[in-house]
Ligand binder design. Structure first.
Ligand code: NAG
Ligand code: NAG
Ligand code: NAG
Ligand code: NAG
Ligand code: NAG
Ligand code: NAG
Ligand code: NAG
Ligand code: NAG
Ligand code: NAG
Ligand code: NAG
Length: 628
């Protein structure tokens, strides 16, 4: 009874953890990094549930900012953070996304002297999946350690799982305070495609009431609309009427954003604002995308009209005049990134026949992120992550297994082809302190050519699926509690105490030597029937004492000699020169070329436990032969 209870409790524990790392019903994921002492809380301002980052990352150290930087007016999200002193790349894994859907990613950083060193990191890099997102340079938000940095991107995610990674570029220890993910309607921001993401530079709401940031629930996507007001430059306008079209089309904006606007102080004046190009090391020529939001908030009488042009750096940006309708949203935007400039000056000027000055409600500015890097083939990547999770492999197993090449996971090699995603081709986890049974995820690595799990503490039986792998697999050696099928498990358990004493001797596990025979003699005998076929080797019978005399009755002495001899795995390694040359493979295993000490060429067949009976007896025998 007791063990069953344990199972139940463990199971429940897992599902709770699982639940907290699932998106909410809107698909929102809101992570308060470094949150400790509680799993989650409901944010006062947005009523959204924020969860601890425990289910999303397995590295880093949680911290609170120092007490002097606690500000009652600031969102709770920035009070704690997670710092990543170890490893070049550390990641958050976001699951249960919808592949091909557009998402808004937002990361927040507030140093707040969490480490007591009074020295925020100079910079580090941020990636979405395998694509560069931005440099996080705290001094862009002011050198004051009280400043909050916030970065946002809109990207189409290629898989149902995305990692957000912090990469240490030598500019100090990366850290993160908050990470938020919001699904968007596909029709929004048509400039964002599978190849191109949008990196937000600015999102401003003119004449915001009470200078407040507008976000969820006013914005169903929880974008942050920062106030932009300047009573010395602009006349503020607002309405309480409903503005049409706020929630349709390619550029939705919250009603509250569209209900306020500015016009110039002078009827003949223009509206001017701008931004500087921010350099990104990985993208020297990003180009900008801008989206302007307009709605007429005044009832225009009779022959009054409001029409205007938008100029970028003193040149007409769009050659059609904008004429907003009363209480109806319209947008002006560029479809493709503008050519690179050092500074962007926007000037909105009334046309000659306009009786009223220009108006603007809000704007957004983005630079572009190329999202054309392709990560490890997704089944390989998921399998590798499952293996990592199962064995708690730390090493540098963070982020994408194969990409970039310079950050390929330790103990693993990949193949890179130009037209297809990288594949995992070899894994050497020998002597890695692995415990527990053998993960069936290894079998999902369909391009695997080499797998070495020797010298670990692996137990249980070998998954059937592993025998389907085309790879050379080595699980022998100091995996004392592995067994073949249920019966031999019991056998192994019974003899465990004795075995333990002799553990120096490698045990045969996944592969059982089924037979060894003299290839030359054999093929001579069979050539007439099965000329040149690989099946020559495959017909070698299991080395089973009852069967042997009958199956090869009358075979010549040299062959019998081989057949009656038992080989240890080590010996077979020598014979086959480390299982170097594969002669062929059947449904149940590979056949290797080899030479006996006397130079006789032999075919060695390695067979998985799943294929036949008679093996477990053989295995037991081999074990005892080894031990004695
Ligand atoms: C941060 O503060 C909270 C509340 O005071 C506490 O429960 C938590 O353990 C602290 N976290 C760390 C990393 O010290
Ligand atoms: C961070 O930004 C500041 C101000 O733009 C710049 O002077 C500094 O070189 C940047 N640091 C790094 C490491 O990029
Ligand atoms: C916002 O401003 C209005 C006046 O414009 C005022 O009546 C209201 O109380 C303010 N709200 C807050 C939350 O400050
Ligand atoms: C507005 O116009 C007046 C007179 O035409 C001028 O003196 C003043 O400087 C203008 N103000 C602005 C902000 O352009
Ligand atoms: C508007 O039209 C009226 C006559 O309908 C005219 O008296 C007035 O001057 C016009 N105003 C402007 C600004 O054109
Ligand atoms: C005002 O001028 C613009 C071009 O400058 C033109 O497109 C528009 O039709 C004109 N409007 C009127 C009412 O004449
Ligand atoms: C596999 O890993 C073991 C232990 O880390 C090491 O001794 C061995 O050389 C590695 N073999 C290969 C082929 O990388
Ligand atoms: C990966 O490739 C390198 C270089 O060819 C080799 O030294 C290493 O042993 C390989 N590792 C594995 C796990 O196969
Ligand atoms: C597996 O790795 C061990 C070293 O840890 C090595 O002795 C053994 O030869 C390897 N097996 C194969 C098949 O490469
Ligand atoms: C294997 O497991 C045993 C007990 O579970 C432990 O004492 C031993 O250190 C482990 N060995 C390795 C290499 O992890």
């Amino acid at each position: 009874m007791a063990p069953r209870w344990w199972l139940l409790i463990l199971f429940l524990g897992c599902s709770v953890l699982q639940a907290s790392s699932q998106p909410n019903s809107r698909g929102f994921i809101s992570i308060d990094c470094g949150l400790m002492g509680e799993e989650s809380y409901v944010d006062d301002e947005t009523n959204l549930l924020y969860v601890s980052d425990a289910g999303f990352t397995d590295t880093g150290t949680p911290y609170n900012i120092s007490a002097e930087y606690f500000r009652p007016w600031r969102s709770r999200n920035v009070r704690s953070l997670r710092s990543f002193p170890d490893g070049a790349r550390n990641c958050y894994t976001l699951r249960s996304l919808v592949s091909g859907l557009k998402y808004l990613f937002r990361a927040t950083f507030l140093y707040g002297n969490y480490d007591g060193l009074n020295k925020p990191p100079a910079s580090f890099d941020l990636y979405i999946g395998v694509n560069f997102w931005t440099v996080v340079n705290m001094s862009w938000w002011g050198s004051d350690q009280d400043n909050k940095a916030e970065v946002e991107a809109i990207v189409v995610v290629p898989h149902d799982l995305v990692q957000v990674c912090l990469v240490n570029t030598g500019g100090g220890t990366p850290f993160i305070s908050g990470l938020e993910l919001r699904p968007l309607k596909m029709s929004l921001y048509p400039q964002a495609t599978a190849e191109l993401g949008l990196f937000m530079r600015s999102r401003r709401n003119f004449a915001a009431i009470n200078e407040t940031i507008i976000r969820f629930p006013d914005d169903p996507y929880d974008r942050l609309w920062y106030p932009r007001s300047d009573a010395t430059m602009w006349t503020e306008r607002s309405t309480t009427e409903r503005v049409d079209g706020f929630d349709s089309g390619s550029f939705e904006a919250p009603m509250a954003v569209l209900q306020t606007a500015i016009t110039p102080l002078n009827a003949s004046g223009s509206i001017n604002f701008g931004w500087d190009t921010e350099p990104q090391p990985n993208n020297p020529s990003p180009g900008y995308l801008a989206v302007f939001y307009f709605a007429e908030l005044q009832v225009l009488d009779g022959n009054a009209s409001r029409q205007f042009y938008i100029n970028l750096n003193d040149e007409l940006w769009h050659n059609r005049a904008v004429k907003p309708e009363y209480l109806s949203r319209i947008n002006l935007y560029n479809e493709f990134p503008s050519p690179r400039q050092n500074h962007y000056d926007i000037s909105i000027k009334a046309t000659a026949n306009s009786t009223l000055p220009p108006i603007i409600n809000a704007y957004e500015v983005f630079s572009v992120i190329t999202t054309t890097n392709v990560g490890t083939e997704s089944q390989d990547a998921s399998a590798a992550m499952a293996i990592k999770a199962k064995y708690k492999v730390h090493k540098n197993w963070m982020g994408d297994p194969c990409f970039p090449k310079t950050m390929t996971w330790d103990s693993l090699n990949c193949s890179y082809a130009t037209a297809s995603p990288p594949r995992i081709t070899s894994i050497n986890l020998s002597s890695s302190g692995l415990n527990g049974d053998i993960s069936s995820s290894f079998a999902n690595l369909k391009a695997l050519e080499y797998l070495n799990l020797s010298n670990n503490n692996l137990t249980g039986s070998i998954p059937d699926s592993l025998s389907q792998l085309q790879s050379l697999t080595d699980i022998h050696g100091n995996n004392p509690n592995l067994c073949i099928g249920d019966n031999s498990c019991q056998l192994a358990a019974k003899r465990k105490s004795k075995l333990a004493i002799y553990i120096v001797v490698p045990l045969l596990v996944i592969v059982v030597i089924v037979s060894v025979a003299a290839l030359v003699l054999f093929s001579l005998r069979r050539r007439k029937q099965q000329q040149g076929s690989m099946n020559n080797m495959a017909t070698i019978k299991p080395q089973n004492e009852e069967e042997m005399p009958t199956s090869h009755g009358g075979a010549n002495d040299s062959l019998r000699l081989v057949e009656n001899r038992r080989f240890t795995y080590k010996e077979l390694e020598v014979i086959t020169n480390g299982f170097e040359r594969v002669l062929g493979k059947g449904g149940f295993g590979r056949v290797y070329d080899g030479f006996l000490e006397d130079g006789t060429q032999v075919a060695v067949k390695l067979r998985s436990h799943s294929s036949n009976q008679g093996i477990k007896e053989f295995l037991t025998e081999v074990q005892w032969n080894h031990i004695l």
